[in-house]
Design a protein around this ligand. Structure first.
Ligand code: FES
Length: 153
């Protein structure tokens, strides 16, 4: 889904004003360790999750040969901010919003997110580990404005 939307947005060549309006600043301070929140950006749910040391280690230690879409965790987080993972919260199968931000949510076998629609599972890096979803959760454009604030978009 995301892959189809981006080229369309690019081709519209939105002005800087429009782009500025379409970014969202998010304060990370209230997000407890092990929990996530959902922020809406351009009509899409964005997951911002505060990963524990264990979750980071699990994401970093996985062998690329075990992944459906191999991608190291280091390429999915910002350098020096491995405790934060930021994802477009739309399942890459048919577009449901997976569960897993709250510690009480089902998170699947790999501790990340679980899509209740057809059972896809994602790890703590948002990489698909069990289909039918074919791809990892997409990562939106974002940047750290400080250690406790990100700007999405
Ligand atoms: S939409 Fe997520 S598994 Fe089908």
């Amino acid at each position: 889904m995301g892959a189809i939307a981006w080229p369309l947005i690019d081709s519209m060549n939105p002005s800087k004003d429009v782009l500025a309006l379409s970014s969202v600043e998010t304060d990370l301070t209230p997000i407890e360790l092990g929990s996530g929140i959902t922020v809406v950006w351009r009509g899409k749910p964005i997951f911002v999750r505060h990963r524990t040391e264990k979750e980071i280690k699990e994401a970093e230690d996985v062998q690329m040969s075990q992944l459906i879409e191999p991608q190291p965790d280091s390429e999915r987080v910002k350098a020096g901010h491995a405790q934060w993972i930021v994802l477009i919260g739309i399942c890459t199968h048919l577009g449901c919003v997976p569960l897993g931000n709250k510690p009480t949510d089902p998170r699947g076998e790999w501790g990340g997110w679980f899509c209740p629609c057809h059972g896809s599972q994602y790890d703590t890096s948002g990489r698909v580990r069990h289909g039918p979803a074919p791809l990892n959760l997409y990562i939106p454009p974002y940047a750290f404005e400080s250690n406790t604030k990100i700007k999405i978009g």
